[in-house]
Design a protein around this ligand. Structure first.
Ligand code: PBG
Length: 324
């Protein structure tokens, strides 16, 4: 008790504050999302995400070099295909945009872990994450397409696949398909607790993955639920997920904390497009110090339980960590 105990003793000097800091960010925590668009010739700014771009295949080089030079270990790829249809055929085409992008990145570097977002919404003409009949998104027929896509991405050289469609049985189906096709060592990062969040809207503009009808609440989770997140994670782990993800991050730190505590497995957090754009907008208005807020929010996501963080600020954070 006071006056014997004085919490401020450890706060008075910068060096001591550093010594007792419980959570530290490291560049190895970061995963950077990249959008690759088959329909463009020059890199194109994403309006709702200032500072982010869609890249054409032929203009990826500088971006990849910058990421590697900053020491960022991993990227996650999202593709915008030329052709969309009812069976997402461009998703599992061996010369699809993601398959080609993996090759293009591998030509530049062996130094990046390439994760592929494994979902169908960008490749479906209706924009939903599965096969649609009437206005329903069908679960079981979707598993087949996801499995084919996983194998195709693995064959193209992906180092990890990240299924994000929130279909039941998806992780197990993908694990089986990969194992049957000589990819038993390829890890799965499952978007296990993915909420039907309104923070994704800038992404849908970025990845051209908005839906033509309804919404995603028949497959993504209700944001009021946390026990359900634990069940989702438990099932994905049983089906063979190696890393489980909580998404979004900032409004979901309790979920992140629970998942890490309950299972103790590697956990990823996705700080999504809306989180990025809110910080950007406030900073562009001069209302907050962008770098300081980015550092704080990302560190706090780690404190809550994330071992790795998917963030559009990865390059900025890497730069900050470099310059101290
Ligand atoms: C689906 C997918 C989405 C995001 C990542 N993968 C969008 C959605 O579920 O509608 C959102 C990412 C973000 O908002 O940054 N393929």
């Amino acid at each position: 008790m006071f006056p014997e105990t004085r919490m401020r003793r450890l706060r008075n000097q910068k060096k001591i504050r550093k010594m007792v800091k419980e959570t530290k960010l490291d560049v190895s925590d970061l995963i950077y999302p990249i959008f690759i668009d088959e329909n463009i010739k020059k890199k194109k700014p994403i309006e709702s995400m200032p500072g982010q771009f869609r890249f054409p295949l032929n203009d990826l080089k500088n971006e990849i070099k910058e990421i590697v030079d900053l020491g960022i270990p991993s990227v996650i790829l999202f593709g915008i295909p030329r052709k969309k249809d009812k069976v997402a055929s461009s998703a599992y085409d061996s010369s699809g945009i993601i398959q080609k992008a993996i090759g293009a990145i591998k030509d530049e570097t062996d130094d990046l872990i390439i994760i592929t977002d494994l979902c169908l919404c960008e490749y479906m003409d209706h924009g939903h994450c599965g096969v649609v009949e009437g206005e329903s998104v069908l679960n079981d027929p979707t598993l087949d397409l996801l499995s084919k896509t996983a194998v195709s991405q693995a064959e193209a050289g992906a180092n990890m696949v990240a299924p994000s469609g929130m279909m039941d049985g998806m992780v197990g189906a993908i694990r089986n398909a990969l194992d049957d096709s000589r990819f038993s060592d390829l890890p799965i990062m499952s978007y296990a607790a993915k909420y039907a969040s309104h923070f994704y809207s800038p992404f849908r503009d970025a990845a051209d993955s908005g839906y033509k009808f309804g919404d995603r609440s028949s497959y993504q989770m209700d944001f009021g639920n946390i026990n359900e997140a634990i069940r989702e994670v438990e099932l994905d782990l049983k089906e063979g997920a190696d890393i489980v993800m909580v998404k979004p991050a900032l409004a979901y730190l309790d979920v992140l904390y629970m998942v890490k505590k309950e299972f103790g497995v590697p956990v990823a957090a996705y700080s999504v497009s809306g989180e990025y754009s809110m910080i950007k907008a406030a900073s562009l208005n001069g209302w907050i110090d962008e770098d300081k807020v980015v550092y704080e929010t990302t560190l706090c996501i780690k404190r809550a339980g994330a071992d790795m963080i998917l963030t559009y600020f990865a390059k900025d954070i890497a730069r900050m960590l470099k310059t101290g």
